[in-house]
Design a protein around this ligand. Structure first.
Ligand code: CU
Length: 243
């Protein structure tokens, strides 16, 4: 019923941005992890007491007031520190750049005129989606290739609105409106789930989003949500969430 791709970047703009960022962090984790493991194994091997040298008066021996010669080489240490700083700075810039694309829609004027703004309301235990024309559903129907803005809130306790495959996740807080967006690139059915433990029915707060072509969406939207929508093998008869 749902898609579970390993690499979701072709599904939505949001998925592409987060997947790229994830790649940077994964690479950094591998490099740093590799260096730490190499030192962990290498240092005991290199500096272990050599056989036969019972009381070694090695060049690295510490005496009060004397800086061991080996430790006087601070330049290489400085260079490594600078290199690491550079890597972290690059990563920080990349992260800020990626998150900026998400933040921009929160400010008025940067939401494209043709964006579809959907009110998302979480409740114990389900979701209601309210469209600009007054249609209310419990299954999210959206057109592909169009900016979708989610105005998310809750009518009781804290929830979290998430579409994992599309890399959308935002808190649903009573009395507060949080903004999230996505732009889906491929028709498909994707899972919507609550990601904030909100009571005994938390695990049932699952529904789906059906991303359809503009034509299919317009037909459904103009029928006030009364027509059936199909994507591949899945279809949905939408109806009000509180029914
Ligand atoms: Cu919830």
């Amino acid at each position: 019923m749902f898609h579970y791709p390993f690499d979701p970047s072709s599904l939505a703009e949001t998925a592409r941005i987060w997947w790229n960022l994830y790649g940077y962090y994964l690479l950094l984790a591998i490099v740093i992890g590799g260096a730490v493991m190499a030192l962990l194994v290498g240092i005991p091997l290199i500096y272990r007491q050599k056989p036969g040298s019972h009381n070694p008066r090695g060049k690295d021996e510490i005496s009060p007031g004397v800086i061991p010669g080996e430790r006087g080489k601070t330049l290489s240490g400085l260079l490594i520190a600078l290199l690491l700083l550079g890597v972290f700075f690059g990563l920080l810039t990349e992260s800020l750049e990626a998150t900026k694309e998400f933040k921009e829609v929160e400010f008025e004027g940067t939401v494209p005129d043709d964006a579809l703004v959907i009110q998302v309301v979480g409740f114990q235990w389900g979701w209601t989606f309210k469209y600009p024309n007054g249609v209310e559903t419990d299954v999210l129907i959206i057109p592909i290739n169009r900016m979708i803005v989610f105005n998310v809130t809750s009518e009781d306790v804290f929830h979290s609105f998430s579409i994992p495959d599309l890399r959308v996740k935002i808190d649903a807080i009573p009395g507060k409106h949080n903004i999230a967006w996505t732009k889906v690139l491929q028709p498909g059915t994707y899972r919507i789930q609550c990601y904030e433990l909100c009571g005994v029915g938390h695990a049932e707060m699952i529904t789906k989003v059906m991303a359809v072509t503009e034509d299919v969406f317009d037909f459904w939207y103009q029928s006030q949500g009364t027509t059936e929508v199909t994507v591949g093998s899945t279809s949905a008869e939408t109806h009000s969430a509180h029914d």
